[in-house]
Ligand binder design. Sequence first.
Ligand code: NAD
Ligand code: DAU
Length: 339
Amino acid sequence: MKTYLVTGGSGFIGSNFVRQMLQNDTNCHIVNLDKLTYAGNPANLVDIEMDERYSFVHGDICDTDVVRQIFHQHKPQIIINFAAETHVDRSIGSPDDFIKTDVFGVFTLLEASKEFGVDLFLQISTDEVYGSIAEGSFCEGDPLLPSSPYSASKAGGDRLAYSYYVTYNLPVIITRASNNYGPFQYPEKLISLFVTNALEDRDLPVYGDGKNVRDWLYVSDHCSAVHFIIENGKLGEVYNVGGGNELQNIHITHQILEQLGKSADLIKFVEDRKGHDLRYSLDCSKLNQLGWMPEHSFDEALAETIHWYQSNEAWWAPIKSGEFKEYYKSHYNMAYEGE
Ligand code: NAD
Ligand code: DAU
C-alpha cells in the first residue's frame, strides 16, 4: 500500500484529486494537510471523510513541526503539493501569503522530503510561470517570465523544487497546468464566479475588453494527468498539462449566459486587472507523447459544470453571502447586489 501526502486537498483541484484517487486506487492511504484558508473547505470532501484510507491534518505547509510530524507518523512515499495561494487578484492586493505559502511552504516540504526520503515529490505548478505569449505555445524548456506576484511566487516554488532534484537527487517532477474549471471551485475564478453570479442575476464583471485568452482544462482531466504522471513521469522533468481549449473570456461569458438562458445585459465591462496577461498557451506534446490526453470536450464539460453549480447552491451560496461580499466590494469596487 502506498501512502500519499496531498497538501491543499481541501481546495478545488486537491479535493477532486483526493476523491478520484480513492475511486481509482483501493490500496492507497491519503493524508491531506490543509490550512483551511478561505479557499479550503471541509465540505469539499464530506462524502469521503470517514473513509479509512483517508486522514486529515489541519495545518500549514510552512510549519516545519507539523510537516515533520506527518512524515514521522505516516511515512508518505509520494508527496503531491497542491497547497498554494492561488488567486491572481488577491496576489495583486496582498502578496505576502503568496510568497510564504508558494515559496517557503514548498521549501518546508522539500526539506522534510529530503530528510525522511520519498519516492516522488510532485510540485503542482502552473502555466502562468511562463507569462503571456502573443503567438505560438510554450514548451517546458522555455524561459519563465511570470508577471503577477502569484505567478512569480509559483515560479519560485517550481524552480526550488527543481533545484532539490539537481542538488540533492530528490525525486522531483513538476507539472504546469492551464486554467481548471469544474465542481468545487471557489466562486472567485472566472467560470465559477460568472456561473454563480448569473444564477443570482448579478453582474458578470469582465476585465478590460474580455479578449484575454486562457486554455481551459476540466479538473478531472487535470487529476487524471497528475495520476498518469505519478505512474509514468520521468524524474527531474517538467510536464505541461493543457486542455486544448483556448478561448477568449468574453466567449465563455456568452456561453454561460446562453446555457442559463440569461440576458447579455448582465455583462459589465470593468477596469482591467493590473498587469493582465493577454494569452496563455501550452505545447503539451511531451505529455501527449508519453500517453496522456484530456478526455473532456470543453462544451460538454462546461455544460456539466454549470449544471453542477445549478444543483449545488447549498455549497456555494453560503460562501458568497459571507466574507465573499466584502471581497467582491473591495476588488471590483462595485456594490454587491441584494444588500
Ligand atoms: P484553491 O485555492 O482552490 O485551494 C488551495 C488549497 O490550499 C486550499 O484548500 C487551502 O486551504 C490550501 N492552502 C493554502 N495555503 C496553505 C498552507 N500554507 N498550508 C496548507 N494548505 C494551504 O487552489 P486550486 O485552484 O485547487 O489550485 C491547487 C494547485 O494547483 C495550486 O498549487 C495552484 O497553483 C495550481 N494550479 C491551479 C490551477 C487552476 O486553474 N485553479 C491551474 C494550474 C495550477
Ligand atoms: O493558468 C492557470 C491559472 O489559472 C492558475 O495557476 C491560477 O491559480 C488560477 O487562478 C487561474 O488564473 P487566472 O488569472 O487565469 O484565472 P481567473 O479565473 O482569475 O481569470 C481568468 C480570466 O478571466 C483572466 O483573463 C481574468 C478574467 N476575469 C477573471 C475574473 C475573476 C474577468 O474578466 N473577470 C473576473 O471577475
